[in-house]
Design a protein around this ligand. Structure first.
Ligand code: S3P
Length: 434
């Protein structure tokens, strides 16, 4: 499946984007091992989260989905998961694979975790190392990639882990294993990463402390089922923000988007480039802050993106590359090497596609320099990466001619309904097949 996007005029609108992927994954995993019922609203019914739901069901958890965005999870308690009868397929999701590896390390049974071609190429050494130090046994392919064979029945010991990379997935994997470990488990992060796991654990009654970048938790604590209200995903909202900023004169409001301060780097970076973005109606949705985002067409200015904001905007760099291409002058990104091990090598995927559309991009191992210019028409490859596909779809609305974005099937992993949503605000976007 491909998108064909023609130059378009976006119009004023109010839109809602789907639920947060990170919070949706965590509601499934934590709700499953809680005592009692967890009721989830605003759930992201995207392919990744549905794969996680199927995995939790295969582990013996009853999960009802009365409508696409609501779940009723009958928690089985920390020791209630059952051995799956087959391998657990986590689709495209690094979050699901890494968090599940932590969770399953503490179970009395063994399990196998596998994924799609992209996930089966992603590095798992980063979780195998700390989990092994806790006493877990996890085998991967020889290059440290999935499938993962997690041996059950081992006794885990709490550790202190100094994370070499800023990763919420690694932090969460260690904390989930820590629930099953003797003693205290703590993780120090080199930069702040999303804290949805810590927030949800606290809401479920677990004591988790944080001090100077170190998160600590005692093992053996009980989780209690709760209500989880999933905010709209800022990472998905980013594509609407991008399209609006690039547009002629659109003024768009995106309803009730997650504003967790560990996620809002993109807003700060875009505002620093001159974006007209304001936040309205701030409130708390359960444990997560939300606000309506109001964004208006803006003239963007390039500059140096603050590396301190990288971990707070980690999934938004494909969109930020497009913003940089549409900005006046040159934008320099540094400290973004982690992008090379996401659903695709996002520096390479974006640089290649933008060059194909006439934008100059200079790449380095952990950075890129994007020269502002005009997008021509043409053809680009999404590299099977949902965020690369959606970034190019928004770029194409201001291109000089039609753009074909190849292999966009994975958009449904994080933003089901993307095409309808952006067509609803005026984008001329069609699905075409070979
Ligand atoms: C996520 C953490 C980030 C992010 C991913 C979701 C999470 O990954 O890129 O899309 O839900 O914990 P890393 O922890 O690998 O940076």
């Amino acid at each position: 499946m491909h998108f064909k996007v023609s130059p378009s005029t976006l119009r004023d609108a109010r839109v809602t984007v789907p639920g947060d992927k990170s919070v949706s994954h965590r509601s499934l995993m934590l709700g499953s091992i809680a005592e009692g019922r967890t009721q989830v609203s605003g759930f992201l019914a995207g392919e990744d989260c549905l794969a996680t739901a199927a995995a939790m069901r295969a582990l013996g958890v009853t999960i009802e989905q009365p409508n696409p965005t609501e779940l009723i999870i009958e928690g089985v308690g920390r020791n209630g998961l059952q051995a799956p009868s087959s391998d657990l397929d986590l689709g495209n999701s690094g979050t699901a694979m890494r968090l599940m590896a932590g969770l399953l390390s503490g179970q009395p049974f063994s399990s196998v975790l596998k994924g799609d071609t992209s996930l089966n190429g992603r590095p798992m050494g980063r979780i195998i190392k700390p989990l092994t130090a806790m006493g877990a046994a996890i085998e991967s392919d020889c290059d440290g990639t999935p499938p993962l064979q997690v041996t059950g029945g081992l006794r885990l010991q709490g550790i202190h882990y100094d994370m070499p990379v800023a990763s919420a997935q690694v932090k969460s994997a260690v904390l989930l294993a820590g629930l099953y470990a003797d003693g205290t488990t703590s993780v120090t992060e080199p930069a702040v990463t999303r804290d949805h796991t810590e927030r949800m654990l606290r809401t479920m009654g677990v004591t988790v402390t944080e001090s100077s970048g170190t998160i600590s938790m005692d093992g053996g604590q009980i989780l209690r089922g709760c209500e989880v209200r999933v905010p709209a995903d800022l990472s998905s909202a980013t594509f609407i923000i991008l399209g609006t900023l690039l547009s002629q004169d659109a003024d768009i409001i995106i309803n009730s988007v997650g504003m967790n301060p560990t996620r809002t780097g993109v807003i700060g970076i875009l505002q620093g480039m001159g974006a007209d973005i304001t936040l309205e109606n701030p409130q708390l949705l359960g444990e997560e802050p939300v606000a309506d985002i109001r964004v208006r067409a803006s003239r963007l200015q390039g500059g140096a993106v603050d590396p301190a904001l990288v971990s707070l905007a980690i999934d938004e760099f494909p969109a930020l590359f497009v913003a940089a291409a549409a900005a006046q002058g040159v934008t320099t990104f540094t400290g973004i090497g982690e992008l090379r091990v996401k659903e695709s090598d996002r520096i390479a995927a974006m640089a290649k596609g933008m060059r194909q559309l006439g934008i100059r991009v200079d790449e380095s191992d952990d950075g890129a320099v994007v020269h502002g210019g005009r997008f021509s028409g043409g053809e680009v490859d999404s590299c099977h990466d949902h965020r690369v596909a959606m970034s190019f779809a928004m770029a194409a609305t201001i291109a000089d001619d039609e753009v074909l974005i190849r292999d966009v099937d994975n958009v449904d992993t994080s933003f089901p309904g993307f095409r309808t949503c952006v067509a609803g605000i005026g984008a001329d976007i069609e699905v075409v097949r070979d």
